[in-house]
Design a protein around this ligand. Structure first.
Ligand code: CU
Length: 147
């Protein structure tokens, strides 16, 4: 019986710790960043821990955030925010999460969330992206690999 209570206490403690340490990460959706890059998420590459919440904020008008088909870890449901509305996602699985602003996908408005130990091999395989978005994705994957 004592052992049972010890296990329960440990479980509760672990959950509490996770909720205390889970971070809230904010990403701005911008027409232009300080460096003059247009139609951009800031930050574009988001390094998160499992359990964190990533919120995309409509800092400037005309943007939204949605998951990109085929670019989510297994077990993560697709998501889609509305234009000019914030949208949050809890990153509850390790892996890479591809995010887009649908109206500005052709302008390269994509973001990448990396959670835990990430293997980016083949991440872009079979995914159709406009040239600018693909270039930014490749740039971020290279940044990740260099870490
Ligand atoms: Cu946009």
């Amino acid at each position: 019986m004592r052992k049972f209570f010890l296990i329960i206490t440990t479980i509760i403690f672990t959950f509490t710790l996770n909720s205390v340490f889970a971070a809230e990460i904010e990403v701005k959706m911008l027409n232009k960043d300080a460096d003059g890059n247009k139609m951009i998420f800031e930050p574009m590459l988001i390094i998160a821990e499992k359990g964190d919440t990533v919120t995309f904020l409509p800092t400037e008008k005309g943007h939204m955030a949605a998951s990109i088909k085929g670019m989510l870890p297994k077990g993560i449901k697709k998501f889609k925010g509305k234009i000019n509305k914030p949208v949050s996602i809890v990153v509850s699985e390790d892996g890479l999460y591809g995010v887009k602003c649908t109206p500005h996908l052709a302008n390269g408005m994509v973001a990448l969330i990396a959670v835990g130990d990430v293997n980016s091999d083949g991440f872009l395989d079979g995914v159709k992206l406009p040239k600018k978005s693909k270039a930014r994705m490749e740039e971020m994957l290279a940044q990740l690999a260099a870490q």
